[in-house]
Design a protein around this ligand. Sequence first.
Ligand code: BES
Ligand code: ZN
Ligand code: ZN
Length: 513
Amino acid sequence: MDTKLLFEDAITFETPMLAVFAVDISAGKDDEPRPALLSSQANLQTAAQALLQSGEFKAALGEVALLHAPAGLQAERLLLVGLGKAKDLSLDRIRKGSGTAVRAAKPRSVRNLAIGFPETSALQTDLSPLLTARFLVEGAEIANVDYDTYRSDRKDTSLDSLTLIAPQSDAALQRGFNEGLIVAQAQNFTRSLVNEPGNVLTPTVLGERAKAMCDEAGLKCEVHSSEKLQELQMNAFWSVAKGSAEPPALIVMTYEPSAAAGSEETAPAPNAPVLGLVGKGITFDTGGISIKSADGMEKMKYDMAGAAAMIGAMHAIARLKPAVKVIAVICSAENMPDGRAFKPGDVVTAMSGTTIEIVNTDAEGRLVLADGLHYAKTLGCTHLIDAATLTGACVVALGTLNAGLFSNDEAACAKFESALATSGEKFWRLPCTDDYRDQIKSEIADIMNTGKNRYGGASNAAIFLKEFAGDTPWVHLDIAGTAWNEEKKPWLAYGPSGIAVRSIVEWVRSYSS
Ligand code: BES
Ligand code: ZN
Ligand code: ZN
C-alpha cells in the first residue's frame, strides 16, 4: 500500500472514499447516543448531518456508515467511523478506528482510501499529534492485511493507496507518520513470518528470510546451523533441535550505529549499552517425546512468533537508526519426537556450563533461549530482551489481551513499561523473584526444565531464563496468548498479531544516546 500524508483540506480531496471519525458525545450511561464528527469542517458536518440525526449510526467503536455522493465534497463516498464514547477516546481507539476504515473499504472494492485526521481539540482528551499520526498509520497498515495467501479462491482486496489528510502542516505529525509507517511495515513482516505453516517455514527458511531482510535493510546477518551449535557447546539448544530432520538455525543480526552524515546516527561511546534481542524460533512444537495432544496442535506453527518479532524489530531498527548497537540472536529449531530426540531424564550442559535435567521435552523454548541469552552476553550484550511463546500458563494467567512481562532489573523494566505508551501494546508484569528458584531445583542436575508442579508455570519458565540472564539487565516477554488473534475484529483480521515488535522497537530507542 502506498501510504502518504497530505496537508490539505479533506473536502477538496478527490478520492473514492473519505473516512472521518465520529464519537458519541452523550453524557450519561443510559442517554441516547449523540454521534458527532471529529471535524469542524462545515461541508463535512453538512454532508453527515442527516445521518447523524437519523439515529441509525451511534458512533460505537468499530461501527461504520457509508454515504454515497456526499454533497460539498470531492470524495465519491463518505465513510463515518465510530470511535465510541467521547470520554473514552484514546490512541488505542484511534488505531482501531483507522483499521476499521480500511477493513470497511476492502470488501467494498475500494482500492484508494483517504482518512481525515481526527480533530480532538474540542474534547477533554488531549492526544499528541505525533502519537495520533503514528497510531492512525499503524492501525491502517495492520488492517490492510488478510492472511488468506494459501486459499485458491483468494481475492486480494488490499488497498493500493491510503492518504492521511491533515488540515495543517505539522512537523511532529509528519514524524509520527514516518515512524508509524516503518514500525507497522516491520510488524506486518513479522506477521507474514508467523503466518507461514511449519512445512514452509523451517528453521533454514526462517534463516533465509532473515538474511534477505538484512541484506535489503543493510544489517549484518550470519546464519549458522548444527555444527556451530556443537562448536559453541549450545547443548540445551541442540538437544531440542536434534530430534528433527530439519537442521536448526542460529541467526545473528547486528545493527551498528554509525556516524553517517545527515542521519540520526552517531558513533557510540566506549561504555555504551549493547542491546541483545533473543527470540524463540520453534517453527513447529510437537512437544517432542512429551508429545502434545492432537487438539489444537496445528497452532504450534506460531511457536516462532518471538523470533519473528525480533526479526521484524530489527527491520524497523535498521530504518529508524537509533544511536545504540543492537544484536539479535534467534534460536530456531523444530521440536520433534524421533529416535534421536532428547528424552525426559536426559541431562544436558548448557553453553553457560549450567546442567539441566530435562523433565518435559515440551518445555523446549526455555532450553533454546538459555543458550541464546548466554550467547548474546558473550557477544557483548549489556542488556537483554527476549520474546517467546513460552508457556500455556501465561495464557491461563493473563488471557489473550495482555502478554506477560518479567524482568530482573527495575530500570530496564521501567524503560519497557514506558515504551508501552508509544507502542500501545499491553503487557502485564508477573514475578520472577529469586524465591521462585526453588521451583526449578533438580535432585539430579543444577536445574530442571519445568517447575515442581503446574502452578505458576509462567514464572517458573521466567526464573529458568533468569538463570542464564544472570546479572545482566533482562526483560522477558511471554507472548503465548497474544501472538495469534483467534477472533477477527472490525479493525483486525484473524491470524498472527505481530505482538511485541512495536514495544521492542521503542525499548531499543529508549537507549539511543
Ligand atoms: N510452545 C509452548 C507454549 C504455548 C502454549 C505457546 C500455548 C502458545 C500457546 C511451550 O513450548 C510449551 O509447550 N510449554 C509447556 C511447558 C510445560 C511442559 C512446563 C506448557 O506451557 O504447557
Ligand atoms: Zn513446547
Ligand atoms: Zn514451544
